[in-house]
Write a protein that binds this ligand. Structure first.
Ligand code: SAM
Ligand code: SF4
Length: 327
């Protein structure tokens, strides 16, 4: 069992499979082509599977595949099939921008993926292009419909809520969740954007979101699935539809954090906001045994930060943005 020095049990891995992305979301902005990590430095499927297997043997139960955009990694369904076969995994899911989900969804489902979360920050086609830098609104909607039709359960849709960008759409999102039978999750804007445009007054807090959505239909809090759940869950009072709000800025949940992350180039990060990264790739490629890798991971987890410092005056934004860390 993996435990950090504050007694938190680590059960949840965010596994980034690429730093590349075909979108350029304003709150994230992946690096321009040419500034990406060299291909040879990205972990191979064999290496990703090996690390996943080792981590599962140490107590990881849930793996979220992410990126960059995980579906731009070639033959990603082959990696999903390898990871889905690892004994001990209770939950295997993916966060995607949805661009190729309509085409790839079936292969992913057959490979063993059970849940998907799709990012969609607006229901307006023009605004979608302004936020993502791409004219792909219709394709992402198709991706969401395909995910529901294919039986991914539940289908979650993530929106990063930014003041004066999409906070006027909260009620429209809530309606969408109810009509489409998806769980909408609203995320507070975090200081992980490549452009460093984040500021506190651009964050729409959980309280503000609840107040706005409640003016449409009253929200009733739901019990958490687990103590380390990131989203505060709510149901509409009439029982139709569910939303979740992820509030790392206004309601930090570090005290119950169960997560570590691995970047596509094989660096472990013990917090989204870590300044330090720990190189597993060197061990993987340097002939390290499984036991040596386990020992290394234990040491790394022991150094997991107590909490993030977004709200402190001396907060330092990590060098890598969300697309490079693996959201
Ligand atoms: N490309 C995939 C996608 O967009 O869903 C997966 C990777 S993306 C980095 C993972 C999640 O991080 C997305 O839901 C995205 O909205 C969120 N994200 C990125 N930058 C963020 C920021 N600055 N604040 C809050 N959430 C952010
Ligand atoms: Fe790409 Fe996802 Fe970042 Fe948007 S949020 S730029 S889709 S990695």
């Amino acid at each position: 069992m993996l435990r950090d020095s504050f007694g938190r049990q680590i059960t949840d891995l965010r596994l980034s499979v690429t730093d590349r992305c075909n979108f350029k979301c304003v709150y994230c902005k992946p690096q321009l082509e040419g500034r990406w990590v060299q291909r040879s430095k990205l972990l191979t499927f064999e290496e990703l599977e090996r690390v996943a297997r080792i981590l599962v043997s140490m107590g990881i139960e849930k793996i979220r595949i992410t990126g960059g955009e995980p579906l731009v990694r070639q033959n990603i369904e082959q990696l999903i099939a390898r990871i889905a076969r690892i004994e001990g995994i209770r939950d295997l899911c993916m966060t995607t921008n949805g661009y190729v989900l309509a085409e790839k969804g079936d292969a992913l489902r057959r490979a063993g993926l059970r849940r998907v979360t799709i990012s969609l920050d607006t229901l307006n086609a023009e605004k979608f292009t302004a936020i993502t830098g791409k004219d792909y609104f219709a394709r992402v909607l198709e991706g969401i419909d395909a995910a529901v039709a294919l039986g991914f359960q539940p289908v979650k849709v993530n929106a990063v809520i930014m003041r004066d960008v999409n906070d006027d759409e909260l009620i429209a999102f809530a309606r969408f969740a109810r009509e489409k039978n998806v769980v909408f999750r609203f995320i507070e804007f975090m200081p992980l954007d490549a452009d460093h445009q984040w500021s506190k007054n651009r964050v729409v807090t959980l309280d503000e979101m609840v107040e706005k959505i409640s003016s449409y239909e009253k929200l009733v809090p739901l019990p958490a699935h687990s103590i380390s759940e990131t989203a505060r869950r709510f149901q509409f009072e009439d029982g139709v539809g569910e939303i979740g709000i992820i509030a790392p800025v206004s309601r930090p949940f570090c005290g119950h954090c169960s997560r570590i992350r691995m970047t596509a180039d094989g660096k472990i990060r013990t917090c989204l906001f870590s300044i330090l990264e720990h190189d597993v790739r060197a061990l993987l490629r340097g002939g390290g045994s499984d036991d040596a890798i386990k020992g290394f991971i234990e040491q790394v987890v022991d150094q997991k930060e107590e909490r993030h410092h977004i709200n402190d005056p001396d907060f330092v934004q990590p060098e890598r943005d969300m697309s490079l860390i693996g959201g």
